[in-house]
Design a protein around this ligand. Sequence first.
Ligand SMILES: O=C(O)CCC(=O)C(=O)O
Length: 284
Amino acid sequence: MLDVKQLDFYELNGYLSVEGVFSKTQIDALSDVTDQFVEKSRLVIEEDDIFGLESDHSSENPRLTRIKNPHKVHSVYEDIMRDNSLLDILQDLIGIDIRLQATKLNMKMPEGGRQIEWHTDWGHYPHTNDDLLAVGVPLDNATEENGCMLVIPGSHKWPEISHHQDGYFVGAVNGDHIDMVKAVPMTMNTGTISIHHVRTLHASAPNLSENPRRLLLLSYGAVDAFPLTGLGMSWDDWNKQIVRGRPTFQPRLERLPVFFPQPLKSGNTNIFHVQSDLKKSHFS
Ligand SMILES: O=C(O)CCC(=O)C(=O)O
């Protein structure tokens, strides 16, 4: 449960860190299973439904961008995604009816694990209302050197900024909109979680350290928030994503600024692919 100070901070800034949510045992279990997946990726030569690969990935030196949908590939991730103390916190922010939106485990491998350009999650998946958020669960302490997430406080209340370039959706805003002085690094130790609102501008720099920076990202929304791009799955599967509360046939509509995330140059919606079309990186 969050206190009034934490709720006010999130409302004002569009992000929050909460300490002591997960135990060392839980984080160690996540870390061990993740190590096993990295080992398995030695046999993988092309990106697939589980492994996102850096271009220099090899069996000798496995380099992943992410593990996709981790809650579907191992129960240790699913248990964290369904953790009751986590859902109690989310209930304070998006209400009692909660649906899982997506999970991913972003890996920034040592010495060069790639940046994520400035964007809002809303730019990638606009919904009928903005009661959506993403939870970051660090598997390693997140530092500025290893490419922790950066956020712009209060940007969840800005008018939406286009994520388009030359008529194509590139999944990132033009870096000229970002005043780096206002960017806050979300440094945190394992056990702490970050939460950011779906409309908060965020990014992260490359990993310049000698160790991996692994961040499990869990996105949730209010059950009555429906994606404007379509469900992308059957009605039954859509309702199976509910982690608390009941299904509804009635999307809640709010008057919010939206840019539709189309057209795509390559047809691939993965953030690493769409952002690779960006002409100028904010981090180079
Ligand atoms: O891994 C990160 O630092 C940020 C991830 C992110 O914003 C995303 O995958 O949408």
